[in-house]
Design a protein around this ligand. Sequence first.
Ligand code: PEP
Length: 255
Amino acid sequence: MRKKIVAGNWKMNTTIKEAEVLVKDLTALVDEFDTDVDIIVCPPFTHLDSVARLLAKQYDEKEKIYLGAQNCADHTSGAYTGEVSVNMLKSVNCKYVILGHSERREYYHENSASLYEKIELALNAGIIPIFCVGEKLEERESNRHFEVVAEQIKDVLYRLKGAEMSKIIIAYEPVWAIGTGKTATSEQAEEMHAYIRKVVADKFGDVADIVPILYGGSCKPSNAQEIFSKPNVDGGLIGGASLVAKDFVDIVKSF
Ligand code: PEP
């Protein structure tokens, strides 16, 4: 049985005050129901400690919302101005880190070599990577989407050991669907998720059955249920809609 996961990527949005309001609204809504979905919020680095404290105050025994970061450094410590290490993330109770988001690949030139380093560092620190893959519009239009996504997986995840792979979460995020309002159809999502699982199985065998694969790209309350109903879709990585507490919680409830 694979985990169901809904993770919110807040990107470069909110001030600390706004983040605190958002977390309070979220916890209030989440506390109204029981769920077997792992709920994760990924605020900007500057907000992690405040959000961690609010969550710890709310959930002193059983955590209902977990903390994630949007990136980490590909080195452990030292002269890397502006970077944030996995140990720093761990010190603020981060359990997850998004790695290889298309915005980071495109605007900050993240490549497979550094993503592999980041994944190794995160795993060694006990932080679970949410590894993003996905094709651009022109790649889908030229029917290269499977090839592109397989390459992204092989270049990074094929270098892991089976035990490491069993801890990874994959997020399929077609670049043409991120922040555009255009969502992949549930059939397109399922087709790619099944393919991703096969690519993982080709190298790691049965481990592929336990790897959660999340869909990301303009997922919202109105389309989440349809997308999450597919057998290989184990949840969502949510951008815009994660900034509105009710929308995010409605997506969680879509399972
Ligand atoms: C994302 O950036 O991970 C994302 C899925 O964004 P949005 O939901 O806004 O398309």
